[in-house]
Design a protein around this ligand. Structure first.
Ligand code: ATP
Length: 513
């Protein structure tokens, strides 16, 4: 099965089992907007909880806030979003589809990279053990030809983005023979800029301009509260403010399920530091955040850093943590050294002194900022896409299993009476009542035990506890493990500890210390 097919199956699976639904489905849906169902919300909450505990609880110099979505419109002028939060867009006249020009070029570059890798693999097969990859990359004529094309196109793109040169962006697309994936033609329009912020009206006094924006990032809510938190929390630099909340962007190219949505959720942390120390802190936060991701256990090789070619208007260093989604390595989290851009601009625009008084040097300054910004929904997609497996079992049977890391799984344990009589349901409910104080549990007595196991596999429940006739006499149950499908006989009293060890967030948090 191709990655594309697996991804399609995953999307269908998410709907079928109550993880993620298309928004407004009974009205044919609203594009690039999604609702989380009964299991999706549990997974999402677990991810948010993991982030919050790792950032706020494990750091004595980071505190959290929850700022409002509506903010004063001047904030978005100060932040640069009114003037510069634009995407370069291009339309294909034949398919009438719209694309981000930079994404079309990046996809083309990714294809060149793929071609180079294929050449390298060919070489490896041909030369066997004597193969020297470094030398091959440096001398093979095919590799060198493709690499030259890559470097040239890449350099042109970076320059065009830096200079905001929309004509040149179009020319790169033409010169690279990039065709529309739908129509297959090169019938492109000009490249235009499009602002991504949604606006709405505040119930205002008539005559006044009440236009306000839905926030496109949560970060500004942190910056405008810098003084409040620093003073009331008696925070000393270096310190951070963390926030989880909704953000809105009028994304034009909205594809790939919950990867790119118009309404999504961010987990952002702004770390305030002394100017001049930013590159050290930038390096530190890169490592800390990567460690957070790796601790989840989806596989270390699924992550990589991608340093930015074009720095945003506010940054002096920036990197993405990319994740290997079914459609390739794409941004999961951004880490940016934002200098004093935001606080400095708010100071100018608001007329308030937004500075920190350093008690040691007796000096005041506008702090610099390192930002870590991750999309909750992309994290959900990372977990789901790497957990989804269609497995062939012995005897020709198959099962769909979500091997979600137990600490993030929506349901931790299912309690199942073997049959619906002889007092087994009553005993099972007794066990359920005791376990649900600690864990999110399900009770299921319908269908054969095999079918019930499959249903739990399909939603990623790490443990099933089966109550049978022996339970009534010897106080033991069968515990079944999702990943190995192994079963073990254990005393009821031992259940809590066995399950707690694996499903508690502590198991992830200890890897963050
Ligand atoms: P991209 O280049 O993919 O558009 P970005 O660089 O604009 O992303 P940031 O502004 O750095 O993204 O936002 C921080 C994080 O918020 C991203 O790493 C991503 O996880 C998440 N995010 C951004 N836009 C969206 C979106 N439209 N849908 C879901 N998550 C998003």
């Amino acid at each position: 099965m191709t990655q594309e097919e697996v991804f399609k199956n995953l999307t269908a699976h998410c709907k079928e089992y109550g993880f993620i639904f298309q928004s407004s489905e009974i009205y044919d849906g609203l594009s690039a907007v999604y609702d989380y169902g009964q299991l999706g919300v549990e997974l999402k909450n677990n991810i948010k909880n993991y982030w919050w505990q790792a950032m706020v609880r494990l750091h004595d110099n980071i505190v959290g806030i929850d700022s409002a979505i509506f903010m004063h419109p001047k904030i978005w002028e100060a932040s640069g979003h009114v003037a510069a939060f634009n995407d370069p867009l291009i339309d294909n006249r034949d398919s009438k589809k719209r694309y981000r020009a930079d994404v079309l070029i990046e996809d083309f570059l990714a294809k060149l990279e793929e071609k180079i890798n294929k050449e390298v693999e060919k070489g490896r097969r041909k030369f066997g053990e004597t193969f020297d990859e470094e030398q091959f990359r440096a001398t093979n004529p095919n590799v060198l030809r493709i690499k030259a094309k890559y470097d040239e196109t890449h350099a042109r793109m970076v320059k065009a983005l830096d200079n905001n040169d929309l004509e040149e962006m179009r020319q790169i697309i033409i010169d690279s023979d990039i065709v529309c994936p739908i129509s297959g033609t090169k019938n492109w329009t000009d490249v235009r800029k499009f602002n991504l912020m949604f606006s709405t009206q505040l119930g205002n006094v008539s005559g006044e301009d009440g236009t306000i924006y839905l926030r496109p990032e949560t970060a500004q809510g942190i910056f405008v509260n810098f003084l409040n938190v620093q003073k009331t929390g008696r925070m000393k630099i270096p310190f951070g403010i963390a926030q989880i909340g909704k953000a809105f962007r009028n994304e034009i190219v909205a594809r790939q399920f919950i990867f790119r949505m118009r309404e999504f959720e961010q987990m952002e942390m702004q770390f305030f530091i002394k100017p001049g120390t930013e590159l050290d802190w930038f390096a530190k936060w890169k490592e800390t955040r990567l460690q957070w991701h790796k601790a989840i256990g989806l596989g270390d090789d699924k992550y990589r850093f991608h340093d930015h070619d074009k720095l945003a208007h506010y940054a002096n260093a920036a990197t993405d943590i990319e994740f290997n989604f079914p459609f390739g390595f794409k941004e999961l989290e951004g880490i940016h050294s934002r200098t004093d851009f935001d606080l400095g601009n708010h100071q100018r625009m608001s007329g308030r002194k937004i500075q920190y008084f350093d008690p040691e040097t007796q000096e005041s300054y506008v702090p610099y900022v390192i930002e870590t910004s991750i999309g909750v929904d992309r994290c959900v997609l990372a977990v789901l896409s790497s957990s989804y497996h269609e497995e062939a079992l012995e005897g020709g049977d198959t099962r769909v299993v979500l091997s979600i890391p137990p600490a993030l799984a929506p349901v931790k344990v299912a309690v199942l009476p073997l049959v619906k009589k002889d007092g087994l349901p009553e005993k099972a409910r007794e066990i359920l009542t005791a376990l649900r104080v600690d864990f999110n549990c399900q009770y299921d007595e319908k269908d054969s035990i095999g079918k019930r196991y499959r249903r739990q596999d399909a939603i990623g429940t790490p443990y099933c506890v089966t109550v049978d006739h022996d339970t009534l006499t010897d106080g033991t149950v069968t515990i079944r493990y999702r990943d190995t499908m192994e079963q073990e006989r254990v005393p009821i009293d031992a259940l809590r500890n066995i399950i707690f060890d694996k499903v508690s967030l502590n198991s992830l948090l200890t890897k963050n210390i």
